[in-house]
Design a protein. Structure first.
Length: 287
């Protein structure tokens, strides 16, 4: 995203939504891919936190946010962080594309309270032209989801959003001075619970509560223990359940999708194609 000071002769720019997470079942925030025309863009203070990430070719821009001013050439991946309650003004010299990600303040505060050293004040701070590979990778995962255009498991967006908020609050994924992995009985408790509840929507909060851990700590330990993030593990188990049900051949594709915990048939097709390289229909015929 780009920005500047007011200029009575500056042309007011416009933006068009290209893709959005609206309707995909996300909680705590969302994401939207915007086509932004050259000109001035003013953003009032909002009740949620915003991150604007530049996508594509470089564009020269000027910005003003929270008494900060900057003139720059914004490149692919450059991000601006605008906390709740802060307004800003951006001016782009050319058309550009922006991935806008937002988080509810309640979602951010909940994560902040669960982070290590939570007694230390953690808050979202304004940042201009932030260049962080980790933030870019997480934002890319959210962008891939909204471009897929199918309802996803909220656990996926929640996991990615949690990691992004932890990063922006100055935390780390791996708490210091604690066990690097989940104890065997705790790992079994979580994986057994996931297996027994694949057909319903899961949240990080309920999984972390099973082993009495904060969400950030649980995410880190699960990844180290199972070799993959929680959301990735869950979707792989759902794909495997769908695969087994398709082999049995007793249910329709739509029934298989629901039994395996997918939002609908298209959601199942998206993940089976992504992980197995074959659509459910083609797999069912081959079986």
């Amino acid at each position: 995203m780009s920005a500047v000071t007011a200029d009575s002769n500056q042309q007011t720019g416009a933006s068009i939504s290209l893709r959005s997470s609206v309707g995909l079942g996300w909680h705590g925030g969302g994401a939207e891919l915007l086509s932004v025309s050259a000109g001035q863009h003013r953003f009032p203070a909002m009740t949620y936190h915003r991150i604007g990430i530049h996508v594509g070719a470089p564009v020269r821009a000027r910005c003003a946010c929270d008494s900060r001013r900057q003139s720059r050439l914004q490149a692919h991946g450059d991000a601006d962080v605008v906390p709740a309650g802060v307004e800003g003004e951006w001016t782009d010299d050319g058309d550009c594309t922006i991935l806008r990600v937002w988080f509810d303040d309640h979602f951010v505060q909940s994560i902040a309270q669960q982070m290590e050293n939570s007694r230390d004040q953690r808050e979202m701070l304004p940042q201009l032209q932030l260049r962080d590979p980790r933030i870019n990778a997480l934002a890319g995962a959210l962008l891939a989801e909204i471009e897929a255009g199918t309802a996803c498991d909220p656990l996926f967006a929640e996991s990615i959003s949690t990691a992004m908020v932890v990063r922006l609050l100055g935390g780390t994924d791996a708490p210091r001075g604690r066990a690097a992995v989940l104890a065997a009985h705790k790992a079994a408790r979580v994986t057994d619970y996931i297996e027994s509840h694949l057909d319903r929507r899961l949240t990080l909060g309920e999984l972390a509560a099973l082993v009495h851990l904060s969400v950030p700590h649980f995410k880190a330990l699960f990844r180290e223990t199972l070799g993959m993030p929680v959301h990735q593990y869950v979707v792989r188990r759902r794909v495997e359940r769908a695969r087994a049900l398709l082999i049995q051949g007793k249910l329709s594709l739509s029934q298989v999708a629901l039994e395996a915990g997918f939002a609908h048939q298209s959601h199942m097709a998206h993940w089976m194609t992504r992980l197995l390289g074959v659509t459910p229909r083609a797999f069912a015929k081959a079986s």
